[in-house]
Design a binder for this molecule. Sequence first.
Ligand SMILES: CC(C)c1onc(-c2c(Cl)cccc2Cl)c1COc1ccc(-c2ccc3c(C(=O)O)c[nH]c3c2)cc1
Length: 229
Amino acid sequence: EITKEQRALIKAILDAYNRHQIPQDVTKKLLQEQYSAEENFLLLTEVATSQVQVLVEFTKNIPGFLSLDREDQIALLKGSAVEAMFLRSAQVLSEKKPSGYTEVLEERIRKSGMSEEFMTPMFNFYKSIGELHMTQEEQALLTTITILTPDRPYVKSHEAVERLQETMLDVLRKLCVLQHPQEPQYFARLLGRLTELRTLHHYHVEMLTSWKTNDHKFTPLLCEIWDVQ
Ligand SMILES: CC(C)c1onc(-c2c(Cl)cccc2Cl)c1COc1ccc(-c2ccc3c(C(=O)O)c[nH]c3c2)cc1
């Protein structure tokens, strides 16, 4: 019962999701450099900055996004960047790579100088995403839905964003029924992850403050998107 238009929408979003990836030289560095809290923090900052750039390009390819009010486009990106990065890093960490990349990334996150209290909820989230075994389409659509969340700070045309998000939610719901026929609750479980993302988003604000107080530097792009400094 997925319409032709909805198939085209899934294809457009999946192509954009696969087309924009972090450059190899950035991820390769993560495998080569030394281990130390300082080095880990620097590498994660580099990867996060690169991921934000990837996210901006992906978002521009979401059908309908560029016809939103320009200031709302910025508000949606700023409001969703952390959540989209939790989603993306969760998906990367749940794919075992032969290069041992996943383990290295996890190790560097665990040893990047963030306070222990954020580790448990963060790694519980990573585990819960891994257990879902999302398809590429589901990952791309869930990221799109996170970006098109109408109630971010400073969004003016709430309805316009809501209409776009509802279009994506409808497609994801149908896709879940098709791709997980044995799990009628699967769509609801995916939406439950969005709620968990909001909680992590709140933790993240404190994470940044704890890093800031230990005089950790972020890049201009991260300062801009996260309103730090
Ligand atoms: C500024 C730094 C210290 C920071 O602050 N909070 C967080 C942070 C943390 Cl520590 C956890 C979750 C979210 C955030 Cl923002 C971070 C690090 O954030 C990231 C962001 C994104 C990746 C990430 C994405 C994609 C890929 C990928 C692929 O696509 O092929 C291959 N390797 C990837 C790595 C990792 C870490």
